[in-house]
Design a protein around this ligand. Structure first.
Ligand code: BEZ
Length: 218
């Protein structure tokens, strides 16, 4: 397998998210229409009717209202048929009462998985890895997570990352290690000597040094 080629064609942070049309559990959709004016989480799982994937999609379904509150749509993907998806959605609903209330792409020809670098041949040549693409309303890829087949993702971290991206955009700030909503944010470092001096005298910021300053958002 040409891994060099795979690396070159994998979307990266800052790239425009490639558009596609696909068959999903809610019908055929065009990605750019589905994503219109919304943040989007595009995530892949290796296979339907498998244990880790069942816990993960249950996690997405259970937190869907949190994604809705962040103006964010979910769309899943695996290299399975739509019939397998429907059977799995129904099976999980019967077993646990949880309903996967978002489209899941049936990427049986691997077209979308290849477009997004979700097929990583040294991990598996037939199943997508556990990818998460955070895509903003201008359809720019803002953050990417890749997990291997045998490690489930962390839903709190996915939501925290989404909230961090949106907060960074809204307030033109950066977020420190382990930042959570309500905590202090990092003010961009000064670009001139005058700005540096002003920063030293700014009582609204917690100044560690001229290049590391934090402030509350309220
Ligand atoms: C799982 O979801 O449990 C799983 C799927 C594919 C490979 C390994 C684990």
């Amino acid at each position: 397998m040409d891994t060099e080629m795979n690396v070159r064609t994998m979307p990266r942070i800052g790239d425009k998210a490639p558009d596609f049309e696909a068959v999903t559990t809610t019908g055929r959709l065009k990605f750019s229409d589905y994503a219109k004016d919304k943040w989007l989480i595009l995530f892949s799982h290796p296979a339907d009717f498998t244990p880790v994937c069942t816990t993960e999609l249950t996690g997405f379904a259970e937190r869907k209202k949190d994604f809705d509150a962040l103006n964010t749509r979910l769309i899943g993907l695996s290299i399975d048929s739509v019939h397998a998806h429907l059977g799995w959605v129904d099976n999980v609903h019967k077993n646990s009462g949880v309903y996967f209330d978002f489209p899941i792409i049936a990427d049986i020809d691997m077209k979308v998985a290849k477009l997004y670098g979700m097929l990583q041949p040294n991990e598996s040549e037939t199943a997508a890895v556990r990818a998460v693409f955070f895509i903003d309303p201008s359809r720019t890829i803002r953050l990417i997570m890749y997990y291997p087949l045998n490690v489930g993702r962390n839903m709190d971290e996915i939501l925290r990352s989404l909230e961090a991206l949106q907060t960074a955009d809204k307030h033109k700030v950066a977020l420190p290690l382990n930042w959570k909503k309500g905590e202090k944010v990092i003010v961009p470092p000064p670009k001139t000597l005058d700005e540096m001096e002003a920063r030293r005298n700014d009582k609204s910021v917690e100044l560690v040094d001229f290049y590391l300053a934090k402030r509350s958002l309220n």
